[in-house]
Design a protein around this ligand. Structure first.
Ligand SMILES: [Zn+2]
Length: 222
């Protein structure tokens, strides 16, 4: 939308990047999730000319990272409300795809989408997936940031965090947040991350997102 005025808008598919502002270990910036969501939406728009990209939502539900300074969170309830109201206001578009690069937004996101679809709105959510022992600021996100914005990665501060699979950590995580299971804020091991791997991961996510949007487009035409 940054390149259009209201008179130039055609009722197309709207892609909304959903991010977060939260700690990503000692080596990555707070804006990782937002930057990844924006890149995925923009690459989608490069492949489908019926997609318009909205400005990103840079805050989400990040309470699990509150133990680290600088994390800014609006919580689950507000995230759900924002998404419901945002998509309701987007009725001029044929359909909306919410592209979310922050796992902590998952629950409010799926609740919002369920409500909106119940209301008859054409909306879908899509989230990237990765290995369960590499869920936060590990090899996956570090590789992707090396591909997107290498100067943002502090290569001299790469260190392993907690590398146990996420399902094994879920109870202490729910009770005490990320700080309780990882002193440096990393869930995974960023050492060995490369820009090439990041480009490959982005390519795979891009293909999966493209399929989700094809399904939404079919939905819209029905
Ligand atoms: Zn992240």
């Amino acid at each position: 939308m940054k390149d259009h005025t209201w008179t130039e808008l055609t009722p197309r598919l709207l892609a909304v990047p959903l991010g977060a502002t939260e700690q990503h270990g000692p080596h990555l910036p707070f804006t990782v999730d937002t930057e990844i969501a924006v890149e995925l939406c923009e690459s989608l728009a490069r492949q489908r000319e019926d997609v318009t990209v909205a400005p990103p939502l840079p805050y989400g539900s990040s309470g699990e990272h509150a133990g680290f300074p600088g994390t800014l969170s609006i919580g689950q309830e507000a995230t759900e409300t924002v998404l419901v109201e945002l998509v309701r206001s987007a009725d001029v578009f044929a359909g909306v795809i919410l592209v979310c690069a922050h796992g902590g937004n998952g629950e409010p996101l799926y609740r919002a989408v369920a409500k909106l679809r119940y209301e008859g709105r054409k909306v879908r959510a899509w989230m990237p997936s990765g290995p369960s022992d590499d869920s936060h600021a590990g090899r996956t996100e570090t590789s992707v940031m090396l591909a997107l914005r290498p100067e943002s990665v502090r290569l001299d501060r790469l260190e392993a965090g907690n590398t146990r699979p996420l399902p094994e950590l879920i109870n202490p995580l729910r009770d005490g947040g990320v700080r309780a299971v990882s002193g440096n804020g990393v869930l995974g091991d960023p050492r060995g991350a490369t820009a090439d791997e990041g480009r490959e991961i982005l390519h795979g996510w891009g293909k999966s997102l493209l399929n989700a949007v094809a399904a939404l487009a079919t939905d819209v035409m029905l």
